[in-house]
Design a protein around this ligand. Structure first.
Ligand code: C2O
Length: 341
């Protein structure tokens, strides 16, 4: 097959992108026992809630789950920092493509972007949920609803308490509430967008400039291809803007603003839950807006540790229906659908 797989037996320390000279080793604990993904049997469908709409009990449980995850032994693949490192390994060249030792395995700016991050946060969520079954057997991670006017700030519980496991000191202090997010932000910009402008940017990225699968998902990336063939509209605009806007902007963008450190910020997973949610909405918009049918995409694979520390091989084709994975998104008002510029 010419679908793509990482070569996990050969993980190397990386030199981060964007000129950062630090060498970073983010390779995971090694396991030679890889199992193939199987769907959960009759999963009880969990609902991922909008981050700004959850109640106090939910927030307490969520914090407790992340606290327990951070408290796991450092070499436990379920540990929060190990989870964060997964992003580093798949994004900065720690893995090469199986069969192509000179080519990085890179999951950004190509058609792997949506499915990789869906699988990634799916396993992160399974691990978190497993750590608090005693508190909430139906726990699902919140999505940062930055595409809705009420969600256009960093949710309070991510930033007000420096002792909270959800806090991250490496965020742009000028962008803490009451600052409103800027959905076409790039480093250096000082202006803020109005909610209506943000809604128009979302409309453009998800609807008008994403009329076909390749415009939405990004360009094909097969075994033997060079990294970064081209990202889709949501990845390149909304996704990147939220990363850069949240990150501190010093030290090469840590945490959220650069690949190797982005997932060290707990808000990363809520940001990506929203990206993931936009995929589910996009598919309902009609026309050619459907998943890719090319088998090279469908058969592409990734590896993740699950909540039992098993290393699991997953394929893109198995993540296309979130209900089969056992989750949906809270149904909230989607105002940008009426925000045609
Ligand atoms: Cu893998 Cu939001 O980046």
């Amino acid at each position: 097959p010419i679908s793509i797989d990482p070569n996990l037996t050969n993980c190397v320390p990386i030199k981060p992108s964007f000129g950062n000279p630090t060498i970073i080793n983010c390779c995971p604990p090694v396991s030679h026992n890889i199992i193939d993904f199987e769907f959960p049997v009759n999963p009880k469908i969990k609902v991922r809630p909008a981050a700004h709409l959850v109640n106090v009990t939910y927030i307490q449980n969520y914090k407790e789950a992340v606290r327990r995850m951070k408290a796991l032994p450092p070499d436990d693949p379920r540990n929060f920092y190990q989870q964060a490192n997964i992003h580093c390994t798949y994004c900065d060249g720690a893995y090469q493509q199986a069969g192509f030792p000179n080519l990085d395995f890179q999951i950004h700016e190509s058609w792997l972007f949506f499915p990789f991050h869906r699988w990634y946060i799916y396993f992160y969520e399974r691990i978190l949920a497993s750590l608090i079954v005693d508190l909430d057997p139906n726990f699902a991670i919140p999505f940062w609803n930055w595409d809705s006017p009420d969600g256009m700030q960093i949710p309070a519980y991510y930033h007000i308490d420096p002792k909270s496991p959800l806090y991250d000191s490496l965020r742009n202090v000028n962008h803490l509430p009451p600052a409103l997010i800027n959905l076409d932000y790039e480093y250096g910009r000082k202006d803020q967008n109005k909610p209506e402008t943000n809604l128009q940017i979302v409309y453009r990225s998800v609807v008008s400039t994403a009329k076909t699968p390749s415009l939405f998902f990004g360009a094909a990336y097969r075994a033997g291809d060079k990294s970064f063939p081209g990202g889709g509209s949501v990845e390149m605009v909304l996704h990147g803007a939220v990363h850069q806007w949240t990150g501190e902007g010093k030290n090469y963008g840590e945490d959220m603003g650069t690949f190797y450190s982005a997932a060290r910020d707990p808000i990363f997973y809520s940001h990506h839950a929203n990206i993931d949610r936009l995929w589910t909405i996009w598919k309902t918009l009609g026309g050619k807006r459907k998943d890719i049918t090319d088998s090279d995409w469908l058969e592409s694979g990734f590896l993740f540790y699950d909540e039992n520390k098993n290393l699991v091989r997953v394929k893109v084709k198995d993540c296309l229906d979130t209900t089969k994975l056992g989750y949906v998104y809270q149904d909230v008002d989607v105002q940008w659908l009426n925000a045609k510029p």
